[in-house]
Design a protein around this ligand. Structure first.
Ligand code: AMP
Ligand code: MG
Length: 334
């Protein structure tokens, strides 16, 4: 299959490109599109065969469910049994935005993922909104990467993973947040956080009060199958070192000295480069938001440079740092 890239800048010419992509969605094809979190790989969520193609293109395990993307004007009652009050409060506060809500689905609407729940998000990116609008259907879209790899934050990342396997990529430039949406589960009554993201736990608890953490049982079995798979992994072996920058850098330099891999590299906040002398180093950025936005591109860059081992310096687990560390922990798990 030939994958077409359609460059989109906001303007009339771009709307034609997006309409072309919408036609592909309507016909049951696959279109990768930019969102404010990462690039998504979209298909008509109501067409089981189309959604099935997503699993095939990504090599995604069949029990890992898809997030359904709609616009704010979508009547949720069409796909969920009811909207809990807490979920409604979060929608009012954060939609459109980097927040996914899991609710009980209406019987028979979705069969993939084999769950009686559905995860829904209203993205805040003009290209995503227009694509949903012109397609006229909810769009199922996981991240547009090969399963297990770091999520794509540019059209080129999507092309590298899925070129030749999907119909079209809408190129809207780099993603603003660079990390996947925060996922909150309302399907069992009380709100539970299943995945951290750019909308932080602090922001969510400010809006609806205390939110629970997933139990061990959730991670092993049905609740969020996504949690049990390898994620965000570059080809290189990743070792994550936590702690204050001085202590972490001392430890990393020790590990670097002792390793027998041939092309190791350190990744850390750019401001800490001075702690590493002449050791091979890639800066992740200065502010936490910048580090989040650059993380996946840097992990992919390490692969391209042929690095076989990555020593990652951890960041403080607060605000968006929690989501950055979650992704680094998972990248470091093989
Ligand atoms: P991604 O593939 O990066 O878009 O991630 C989608 C993730 O959303 C999955 O891996 C799950 O963790 C979560 N998810 C999607 N649908 C559901 C659902 N029905 N119940 C719980 N979690 C879900
Ligand atoms: Mg993903």
């Amino acid at each position: 299959m030939k994958t077409v890239i359609g460059k989109v800048e906001v303007g009339s010419a771009s709307v034609d490109t997006i309409k072309q992509a919408a036609e592909i969605i309507k016909k049951g094809g696959l279109v990768a599109f930019p969102t404010e979190t990462v690039y998504g790989l979209g298909a008509n969520a109501l067409d089981e065969a189309a959604a099935g193609k997503i699993y095939f293109a990504k090599g995604r395990p069949a029990d890992n469910p898809l997030i359904v993307h709609v616009n704010n004007d979508f009547d949720l009652e069409r796909i969920v049994q009811n909207v809990p009050a807490g979920a409604r409060a979060l929608m009012d506060a954060f939609w459109p935005g980097a927040l996914t809500l899991v609710m009980k689905s209406r019987a028979g609407v979705f069969s993939y993922g084999h769950l009686d729940t559905v995860a829904i998000r209203v993205p805040n990116h003009i290209v995503a909104k227009l694509l949903i609008h012109h397609s006229g259907v909810p769009i199922a879209a996981p991240s547009a990467n090969t399963s297990g790899r770091p999520s794509p934050t540019s059209a080129q990342h999507v092309m590298d993973d899925l070129g030749g396997k999907i119909d079209m990529i809408l190129d809207g430039g780099a993603c603003k947040h660079g990390l996947e949406s925060t996922v909150i589960d309302f399907s069992e009554g009380n709100a539970k956080i299943l995945r951290s993201g750019a909308i932080t736990l602090e922001m969510i608890e400010n809006a609806i009060g205390r939110v629970g953490a997933p139990t061990q049982n959730d991670t092993n079995a049905p609740k969020s199958p996504g949690m049990k798979y390898k994620h965000y992994s570059p080809k290189a072996k990743v070792t994550l070192v936590k702690g204050e920058p001085e202590a972490a850098s001392t430890k990393i330099l020790e590990l670097l000295n002792a390793t027998n891999t041939s092309n190791p590299v350190i990744i850390a906040p750019s401001g800490d480069k001075k702690l590493y002398g002449n050791a091979p180093f890639i800066g992740l950025g200065r502010r936490m938001e910048e580090i989040a936005a650059n993380l996946y591109a840097v992990l992919r860059q390490c692969d391209e440079n042929g690095h076989d081992e990555i020593f990652a310096q951890g960041v403080a687990e607060e605000g968006i740092g929690t989501a950055i560390m979650d992704r680094l922990y998972k990248a470091a798990t093989k």
